[in-house]
Design a protein around this ligand. Sequence first.
Ligand SMILES: [Mn+2]
Length: 360
Amino acid sequence: MKMTFRWYGEGNDSITLEQIRQIPGVEGIVWSLHHMAAGEEWPMEEILKVKETADRHGFNIDVVESVNVHEDIKLGLPTRDKYIENYKRTIEKLAKVGVKVICYNFMPVFDWTRTDLFRPMADGSTALFYEKAKVDNVDPMELVDNVAKGVNGLTMPGWEPERLKHLKELFKAYENVTEEDMWNNLKYFLEAIIPVAEINDIKMAIHPDDPPWPIFGLPRIITNKESLRRFLKLVDNPYNGLTLCSGSLGANPDNNIVEMVKEFGPRIHFAHIRNIKHFENGDFIETSHRACDGSLDIVEIVKAYHDIGFKGYARPDHGRHLWNEKCRPGYGLYDRALGIMYILGIWDTCEKVNQGGRLK
Ligand SMILES: [Mn+2]
């Protein structure tokens, strides 16, 4: 397992690479050109700039999260082909700086959804929270306004204001799009992209829908074990793989992450590891990584990765906001660093046990 840390880039993140350098075990930063709109071809000089910055701090830039998929591709519009061409050109350029994995998602309109970005917890920290009844009943416009207010003018991936300005039109565009249409549009995209990814030795890794159920009447297709199976068969090639996000999939208590790690192992290119706590009414909150703090057994999940000899990339995904840190929601320094230490602690213990070392 190669440990990474998501970083939003110079001037776009409260955390510095000097700080990340001091977290034990982090080999690479997970990055993107966050100002690029979905569908645009990324400029080589900007890619090189990130590479130089990372090199200076001794990090690899093997994992990009995300190269966003233009809405016309998800909708299957005739205009999709030009955006797919741009996507291919971006893959080729990323290969030139040694990128190995591209994470993306295929969620309509919204990437991830929460109702509260800084929900107070009993210990005084805050965390991302999802209130089911609120999402079931709120007007999406209102949710967007709340999210925009919560981040002090910072743009969050998946919530770009330019795109969300056109929310009404987007919803209209999806009105008659069924889940089967989404599957067909995804297949069309993969059939175009995967051969280019293979030639360039870049593994594509789809991120599951977050949360893994339909919201606001929009279709969502990457939600459970059966859909991951179907997805991998759309183009049955190792370059067509997964970002297995324990927290996204795990928001549905029926999803068993350990089973998924075991079944999809070689097709998992990127592991997002985080814990969440379910409530009976369907709400959930993002907790510390520790198994006993949430509903997911992170010990068993990390052990499953160890058991399959996972050689891919991992990151701690989100964390709580601790010690009054001012940071992007879910992307503070402290709790993600603690998460890494917990994950690596489990990993190192598994290593030692496997090598016949005795734990007293
Ligand atoms: Mn994730």
